[in-house]
Design a binder for this molecule. Structure first.
Ligand code: ZN
Length: 249
């Protein structure tokens, strides 16, 4: 009897593990496939509706001067080697420093983040954050995340016969994008490559992350610091990869 019980528990556990991994790996794989087949026009619509809902719930119009906006935009488009038709950089105001990459190639950067910059000449630190967000766009992380959370909620909804959680999850997801450690690493690696290519040091980004880490409380963890416990590790990686010390000479 005891042996049978152990066998039963083992089989149940094994099934639980198989279901868990199929579910997590499957949704990662599935979201990658779906993200790749969603037409660019639909991705844009998803991004735009995210921005609309964030504008209502979270943001105010930017208070940055046109001069500052133009300066940052110019450096950003130079950095990503794209124009405003390919990536749209938007400025918004909120009390906390943050930046977001949204489906359809949108990046939103908040005034408070720009104000934390220690380099108003070339904004090397802000460029670091924007390069990180460009990495999220490159790999369609926000779209994949929306698909993944949508899938999970849709499957749960199917089993419990209630899809209201599905709708709520999607709305919530738009406002609190929190990426996995894997996605953050990919975006950081992309940022390091882009910054190195443009001969911009990564140290200012590392310093900015540290400053924001000290400033932010648990409630308002900026997107690019969402993997909070490993911020130290990420900062060290950025410092290690920092070349171009002649940048400021
Ligand atoms: Zn990020």
């Amino acid at each position: 009897m005891k042996k049978f019980l152990i066998l039963l528990i083992s089989i149940t556990l094994l099934f639980a593990i198989i279901i868990y991994y199929t579910f997590t790996w499957g949704s990662e794989l599935l979201s990658t496939i779906i993200a790749d087949i969603i037409p660019a026009e639909i991705q844009k619509q998803i991004g735009e509706s995210s921005i609309q809902s964030m504008d209502i719930k979270e943001f105010e119009k930017t208070k940055l001067s046109v001069y500052t906006q133009t300066k940052i935009k110019k450096q950003f488009y130079q950095l990503v080697e794209k124009d405003s038709n390919e990536v749209v950089l938007l400025f918004r105001k909120a009390v906390y420093p943050n930046a977001f990459a949204l489906p359809g190639n949108y990046i939103i950067v908040l005034d408070s983040l720009i104000k934390m910059s220690k380099d108003t000449l070339r904004y090397a630190d802000v460029m670091g954050v924007l390069a990180h967000e460009a990495g999220h766009l490159q790999y369609k992380h926000s779209l994949k995340l929306m698909i993944q959370s949508g899938l999970t909620a849709a499957i749960v909804g199917y089993f419990i016969g209630d899809f209201s959680a599905f709708a709520a999850t999607l709305t919530h997801q738009l406002l609190s994008l929190s990426y996995s450690r894997k996605y953050e690493n990919e975006a950081d690696d992309y940022a390091i490559l882009l910054l190195n290519k443009n001969k911009i040091p990564t140290l200012p980004l590392a310093n900015l992350l540290e400053r924001i880490n000290q400033y932010s409380n648990e409630k308002n963890i900026p997107e690019f610091l969402s993997t909070h416990p490993v911020t130290k590790e990420r900062v060290e990686k950025l410092k290690k990869n920092s070349n171009f010390s002649s940048f400021y000479n």
